[in-house]
Design a protein around this ligand. Structure first.
Ligand SMILES: [Zn+2]
Length: 344
């Protein structure tokens, strides 16, 4: 198997060790808070690889050498919790490019009604069909000098974001505003009833959102209203939606992607990560969640505690072997999850 290796890592509390990251598998970096996980991944591995691959980026933390098969990696993505687009205009459905298909579908419906509305008329980012009063946002933000800005529903479109004739165009009794108000799961059901290629494409893209546990968010919801964990999963969905288009072998780094995720959605997240692996990429995750840890192909466990007494490499290998590691807190919690249930 191929792997990359960091030698002599000693930034912050890391105790000058060598560590291997196998490629094309899911590696989970574990350990108590403050044990050095983020230092290893965010401060050393990520910037060190980025410098090798792109020749740019921040100076990595202290270590001796990056070796192994790092030349096999063509790209590196650090999937953090920052919103994809800082502007209120970016939203889930545009991020995964499902909106292009939805606009096309509505334009086709419009043609049948003898309206000459091109797909761009159904965009809230371009002039034409959107309400110009609020520029398609549905709300108007009033800057206040000594207090927080006030957001008011647009008087002109009554919050519906588009001009009246655009809203008259309906596909199966729903206009473009109604669609943007649907949750991802509702939209999958709605477009799932359609028997045309547009609907099939829309459903396929929307499913990447429900696969990462975002079935409850609304299509037109601004990404600025999403939590850090939701933004991280939206990014993951974006990568999956484009997985076939990513050229070469990419290493994806995640920092606690289960934050705020319900138990039943963790399974979905694992499936989503698996799609990335099946597309030939590699995944490294910093994670506390035991469901993720026990599903790992490879574990790197740091500890035994946080701070100065931490920063040692306690274990590297598959989860079944970690449970034999006596001074690891991760092993202690993982043991009952992996051991066969004993009969009393
Ligand atoms: Zn308006």
């Amino acid at each position: 198997t191929h792997y990359i290796e960091l030698k002599g890592v000693r930034q912050n509390n890391l105790k000058d060790f060598n560590v291997r990251f196998p490629l094309h598998v899911m590696t989970v970096v574990t350990g108590v808070s403050g044990s050095g996980k983020s230092t290893l991944i965010k401060q050393i591995l990520y910037p060190a690889l980025q410098r090798q691959i792109t020749g740019t980026g921040e100076k990595p933390g202290e270590f001796d050498e990056l070796s192994g098969d790092w030349k096999m990696i063509h790209g590196i993505e650090y999937v953090d919790q920052e919103p994809l687009g800082k502007s209120s205009r970016s939203n889930p459905v545009t991020s995964i490019k499902a909106y292009d298909e939805i606009r096309k579908l509505f334009s086709e419906v419009a043609q049948k009604m003898h309206y000459d509305f091109s797909p761009s008329y159904f965009s809230f980012n371009m002039e034409g069909g959107r309400c110009e009063e609020c520029q398609g946002e549905g709300v108007i933000t009033v800057p206040m000098q000594f207090m927080a800005d006030i957001t008011l529903v647009c008087e002109s479109c009554k919050g519906k974001r588009f001009k009246e004739d655009i809203l008259e165009v309906k596909y199966n009794n729903k206009n473009i505003y109604d669609v943007l108000e649907m949750t991802v799961d509702e939209a999958i059901e709605f477009f799932g009833k359609g028997n045309n290629t547009s609907c099939k494409k829309i459903v396929e893209k929307l499913k990447t959102l429900s696969e990462v546990g975002l079935g409850y968010i609304r299509l037109g919801q601004s990404t600025s209203t999403l939590s850090g964990g939701e933004n991280q999963r939206l990014k993951l969905a974006t990568y999956i939606a484009n997985a076939g288009n990513i050229k070469g072998h990419t290493l994806f780094l995640f920092d606690e992607p289960t934050t705020g995720l319900h138990i039943h959605d963790i399974k979905k997240l694992l499936d989503a990560l698996n799609v990335i692996l099946l597309n030939g990429h590699s995944v490294i995750i910093i994670e506390h969640n035991l469901e993720i840890i026990k599903s790992a192909d490879w574990i790197i466990d740091l500890g035994p505690t946080g701070g100065e007494k931490g920063g040692y490499l306690l274990f590297e290998g598959p989860p079944e072997q970690l449970i034999n590691c006596n001074n690891s807190i991760t092993a202690k919690y993982l043991r009952p999850k992996l051991e066969p249930i004993k009969r009393t």
